[in-house]
Design a protein around this ligand. Sequence first.
Ligand code: ADP
Ligand code: GN1
Ligand code: MG
Length: 376
Amino acid sequence: MNYQTVATGACERIEEAASQFCVKGEPSECSRYGNGHINDTFLLCTVDDRERNHRYILQRMNTHVFQNPKGLMQNITGVTGYLREQILKTGGDAERETLTLIKTGAGEDYYVDSLGYWWRMYLFITDATGYDAVEREEDFYQSAKAFGHFQRLLNRYPVELLTETIPDFHHTPKRFGAFCEAVEKDVCGRAKGAVREIAFVMDRKEELSVLTDKLGSGEIPYRVTHNDTKLNNVLIDDRSGQAVCVIDLDTVMPGTALFDFGDSIRFGANTAAEDEKNLEKVSLSLPLFEAYTRGFIEGCAGSLTDEEVRLLPWGAKLMTMECGMRFLTDYLEGDKYFRIHRPEHNLDRARTQFALAADMERKWDEMMRLAEKKYI
Ligand code: ADP
Ligand code: GN1
Ligand code: MG
């Protein structure tokens, strides 16, 4: 097999894993793929005996982040199977509109290699792109419709079948607790370089429980949510411009619609990249906020309650604060969670999140007005 952009040490593992899955033809080429922060993702090309090419996504799962990979894979098998049925019922193309797992020769949906690494494989969804930044407002609107629709399709999915793959993933107050512990321990001696960022969080600690309190009191419902709704986790059709498939299903768990809405806003309605160093470029784009709100409400098709709609700006702000805290926690703990590409990458990421949250505070009244506008 021909390898590109793959570290030499990884080739042997890939070779072993790739040979387990029931692909069409023989593997011919493998390269690193995408810009996810968590899993190791490869594009695997094969050629069959009639010289036809086929493509697959091969992933080495991150078992440091996902400590129950078996439960996680059961979630993905269950959710993709369910989505497949829903899509077929409405005459859709299930191999494009949801992820399709490829089985191993042993009939499993994953393979544990001789070193204990977990691997899985999906059909590659062709002629579609996962954008790392919003290039056109329409793409962002499309992604909103897709994430809203995704949640609505899973409305009746039996929650008891789902494993919580990362317990308390969006429990912002618990994230704050972990952050305080990291500041206190300061194992790498980095806290002195983040004094202003730490103070920014401390000044807002009272409001970090707004969503978890509302969930706890039953004022907003638990739903089956995606929980990682970055723009590059939805593939947009290159020809029609419509969203085709929601991907990265590792964190599908019970949550609130506001987690999904908020995480998309913090990533896609930021006028700068998540890791931009020049904070003057960071701001909340109100047109993008409006476009996403319209798309999400349409995608949910009337299933959001009035209270959920009223809290949309809180979703945006708290997911931004939470992600900032997570980046900063990881920086303080020595960059053990998010993949980094430069020494202060996580600190830069945290700074953009706090700059964005500060801009949301300045634009709060307008965000409230846009959230409560009648879109449908
Ligand atoms: P991570 O959890 O690391 O973000 P993802 O599952 O999101 O991993 O995959 C990383 C990238 O690989 C995605 O952003 C997307 O570009 C691409 N990708 C993943 N699955 C597919 C697929 N089935 N078809 C096409 N591209 C995919
Ligand atoms: C991670 O896997 P990826 O790159 O789509 C992270 C999200 C963060 C995001 C920040 C399982 O998402 O929670 O918001 O990075 N996923 C996990 O970019 O922790
Ligand atoms: Mg991803």
